[in-house]
Design a protein around this ligand. Structure first.
Ligand code: AMP
Length: 396
């Protein structure tokens, strides 16, 4: 899927509004505690600045629910960005209204202003055309660079394109290129790895991808619904009783189309989710009734790594266990290591955002895979086969 982007003449000396994702975690004292999302937009900001554009960056932060709330102000982000790029970054205490045009006009060529949180207005999440018109009015060009917000039809991600010449930014383009190549044009064998807490979050991904992949590896909490569906004892492990039929249907569908579903054969179990819990390795076919499964076991690690080892394309979404706690992190780390290994041999390896991205960062493997998506929800919807409303306007 190719997207429409800007050429130098579209931005040179222009007043440019960029939708970024500055939804960063803030520490208790109001400082940015993880600047990954800010840093991701820096190349575009520098490119626009070098072209002499006057740049306004707009974003949401948290869930202020349409109310002004100082806790969700983007001011700390403006300060952090200023430190990162080493030039002063202005801050406008509103994203629409009479102060924005003067804040933008008074910028020097190449200057940058961060606008206040879009979600201080309820109209943003309602995709309100009048709000989008006001947001657009001080500008000549719009660039959408927030992939992680592109599954939402909001005023700043969708309605705005009716009011300005609009282009996809480099982050959005890279995401769609990498995720698109994986979804629509994978090299085989193609292995889908799913984990995390809930089957229900990933049903539509399984439905859409089952016909495209050669094998599906299932770990994490969601594996236990599949194990239970086979009639196994799963103790106190996570289980979605209302999804047992779905799990059986997927097993049948996979068998009929020659897709292998690989489930864990052994489990790291404990009686509680605690970093100090005493752990036991148990068979996944007959778990003790008083324990819960919190990671895949060493045999499963071996089998999963072997299956990944043959793949030319891998898509991974969801951890294999409670990776945030050391006793239950080994399965997720091993899958990360297996991806790193095949990436070196030329395989295409893509990690969905959210918890899988957090896991891969925890193990320092972000640079060892082909792509780590910046959008958890957006990448899930993309692999469900949906056209994302914040991407659609740019599809060529
Ligand atoms: P998700 O957002 O659905 O990808 O789920 C991610 C969360 O699932 C992480 O916080 C993990 O700690 C949790 N998780 C993974 N495996 C298990 C498990 N076996 N039991 C309970 N929680 C799990």
């Amino acid at each position: 899927m190719k997207l429409k982007t800007f050429s130098p003449k579209d931005i040179a000396g222009k007043k440019v509004l960029v939708r970024v994702d500055f939804n960063v975690p803030l520490s208790g004292d109001g400082h940015v505690s993880d600047a990954t999302r800010i840093n991701a937009h820096v190349p575009l900001i520098k490119e626009l600045s070098a072209a002499g554009a006057k740049i306004a960056l707009c974003s949401h932060l948290g869930r202020p629910k349409g109310q002004v709330n100082a806790k969700y102000s983007l001011k700390p982000v403006a300060d952090e960005l200023s430190k990162t790029i080493g030039t002063s970054v202005a801050f406008a205490s509103d994203c629409i209204g009479s102060d924005v045009p003067s804040a933008v006009s008074s910028l020097p060529k190449g200057g940058i202003v961060v606008l206040e949180n879009l979600r201080f207005y309820a109209e943003e999440e309602k995709n309100d055309a009048e709000f989008a018109r006001k947001l657009a009015s001080p500008f000549e060009v719009f660039i959408m660079d927030a992939f992680s917000a592109s599954h939402r039809a909001h005023a700043s991600t969708r309605a705005i394109v009716d009011f300005l010449p609009s282009f996809a930014g480099p982050l959005l383009i890279r995401e769609i290129e990498m995720l698109g190549a994986t979804r629509d044009n994978p090299k085989h064998p193609f292995v889908l790895i799913l984990g995390g807490a809930k089957v229900s979050d990933k049903i539509n991904v399984i439905e859409n991808m089952i016909a495209k992949v050669d094998a599906i590896i299932i770990g994490g909490g969601m594996a236990f619904t599949f194990l239970k569906a086979k009639g196994y004892e799963i103790g106190h492990s996570l289980c979605e009783a209302e999804k047992l039929d779905f799990a059986r249907e997927m097993e049948d569908r996979a068998k009929a189309s020659g897709v292998e579903i690989i489930l864990p054969s052994d489990i790291v179990a404990a009686s509680e989710v605690s970093p100090d819990a005493a752990v036991k390795i148990v068979s996944s076919e007959d778990m003790p009734s008083d324990l819960m499964g919190l990671d895949i076991g060493p045999e499963s690690i071996k089998a999963f790594s072997e299956a990944i080892g043959h793949a030319k394309t891998v898509l991974w979404n969801g951890p294999m266990g409670v990776f945030e706690m050391f006793p239950f992190a080994a399965g997720t780390k091993a899958v990360g290591d297996a991806l790193a290994k095949i990436t070196k041999s030329g395989a295409m390896t893509v990690v969905g955002g959210g918890d899988s991205a957090a896991a891969i960062a925890q193990f320092g493997l972000e640079k060892e895979v082909s792509h780590v998506s910046t959008g958890g929800g957006a990448s899930l919807e993309f692999f469900e086969g949906k056209m994302l409303p914040g991407v659609e306007p740019y599809v060529l």
